[in-house]
Design a protein around this ligand. Structure first.
Ligand code: ADP
Length: 446
């Protein structure tokens, strides 16, 4: 069975969030099940690959040529799809993102001739199931929603001018949604199977509260929708071997964790108090503003905060301002920083994740793996992975009061080391989810 993954991020080549972790680690787990998936990734600047030739595809009414590269990571083969003038140094954040990924999907479709299963991820690859239905390639298609909030929406005039797809696809193949082209919707409608990254989120997205305007579409395709919980690359995220940590540890002895903690407190000149970490994109979804609203209360309860993240500029400014006024109690580092993220996961006493919604969430899994009980809002994948009072702490209310309640539960627990050890022993490996994907592929191939 030949399986192709098509996605816009893959660790370590290009990472913005959890999608990269999944695409960088699920193929490894599939290899353990006997598959050899190939990953199709845009060839962003800076990705080291071997140029292997060029491919032609139709775009904007003409034949266009793009460069194709190969790369390998941990035995997994990557095909790097050149974007020509649309290549950039990072995946997103450009005004022409929509057009870039439509090109990516159309160019990739030309390369999928000998695959049995094409597994497309998120809106950037969502056009592929529709292209298969138009006969561009033959594979069975799986479409995975990693985050329903980003749908790939654009005006239909541009879309049809660029793709020259038959106009009847607008209504006939599910591209139209409220008067615009919506790639996420087309992915859902046209794929043979649709998955999302936790069972709870699979249900939430069929409700008006969680459906981001697509709950009706998802309800009418519920028969082919299922939730498969994400796993973690437990070799990479391992406090016993982590190359970014000075002291290693495991569930049998937390002494190394205490040493990492002392280093972290010294690094940011923090007082010796229970210290909560945050490693996150600064997006509305993540509820970072709720932490901002709760800061006075949190300090009053006696905890420190170490925050790493970037995104919404207003939030970045607020956090920088607060940290500069709260020496000894709060640290904020703006940006993406892999090494510091590891030190925070290992060195903190608790990990805050007050998400408004959370498809699966990997940060809380990493925190648990590092013996740092997560304090999370009871939503989506957080509900499926954290056990209140046992491996972490949960709160309901989507406001500062909720955050404070969660932290008070954390502070109240009589044996936080026990919670830390429970969390470290929970199984978040890819073994079980990988088997579920394999059985889904087999089912589709009959
Ligand atoms: P999402 O995919 O919605 O951003 P997840 O919790 O699924 O959230 O995954 C986030 C991933 O990105 C985790 O691996 C987390 O450690 C990492 N991450 C987020 N922000 C940063 C940052 N500023 N620096 C380093 N790693 C980060």
């Amino acid at each position: 069975m030949k399986v192709a993954f098509v996605a816009s991020e893959a660790f370590p080549f290009a990472k913005v969030g959890g999608l990269a972790d999944v695409i960088g680690s699920l193929p490894q787990a599939l290899r353990k099940q006997g598959l050899e998936p190939t990953i199709f990734l845009p060839w962003y600047w800076g990705i080291q690959g071997y140029y292997v030739g060029e491919a032609w595809f139709n775009f904007e009414g003409g034949r266009e040529k793009i460069g194709i590269g190969h790369a390998e990571h941990d035995g997994v083969r990557y095909v790097l799809v050149g974007l020509g003038d649309f290549a950039r140094d990072k995946p997103y954040g450009y005004p022409d993102d929509f057009r870039r990924f439509v090109r990516f999907a159309m160019a990739t479709a030309e390369l999928l001739g000998d695959f049995d299963v094409v597994h497309a991820h998120d809106w950037q690859a969502a056009l592929l199931p529709l292209l298969r239905n138009l006969g561009w390639f033959k594979a069975r298609t799986v479409y995975t929603i990693h985050n329903l909030a980003y749908q790939g929406v654009w005006g239909s005039q541009d879309f049809y001018a660029w793709t020259r797809l038959p106009g009847e696809t607008y209504y006939g193949a599910g591209l139209e949604h409220h008067g615009s082209v919506n790639l996420m919707k087309a992915g859902i409608v046209n794929a043979d199977a649709v998955t999302t990254v936790s069972p709870r989120y699979a249900w939430e997205i069929t409700t008006p509260e969680g459906g981001e305007g697509l709950d009706g579409v998802l309800r009418s395709h519920q028969g082919k929708l299922r939730g498969i919980l994400n796993g973690l690359d437990t070799d990479y995220w391992n406090p016993a071997t982590d190359k970014y940590l000075k002291y290693h540890y495991d569930a049998t002895s937390l002494a190394g964790k205490a040493s990492n903690r002392a280093e972290l407190l010294a690094e940011f000149s923090l007082e010796d108090r229970p210290t909560l970490g945050v490693v996150s994109r600064f997006a509305h979804q993540k509820g970072i503003d709720l932490i901002g609203d709760a800061v006075d209360g949190l300090l009053g309860m006696g905890v420190n905060l170490v925050v790493l993240g970037s995104g919404e500029p207003g939030l970045e400014r607020t956090f920088a301002w607060m940290a500069s006024h709260l020496p000894g109690r709060m640290a904020y580092v703006q940006g993406y920083n892999e090494a510091l993220a590891h030190r925070i996961y290992a060195g903190c006493d608790g990990f805050l994740m007050p998400s408004r919604f959370e498809p699966c969430g990997l940060a809380q899994l990493i925190a648990m793996r590092y013996g740092t009980p997560p304090i999370v809002r009871a939503v989506g994948g957080l509900l499926d992975t954290v056990k209140h009072w046992e491996t972490g702490f949960m709160f309901d209310s989507m406001d500062a009061g909720g955050v404070l309640h969660g932290v008070s539960e954390f502070l109240k627990h009589p044996d936080r080391d026990l919670v830390a050890r429970n969390a470290m022993q929970a199984d978040f490996s890819w073994d079980k989810p990988a088997k579920e994907y394999v059985s889904l592929y087999r089912q589709l191939l009959g």
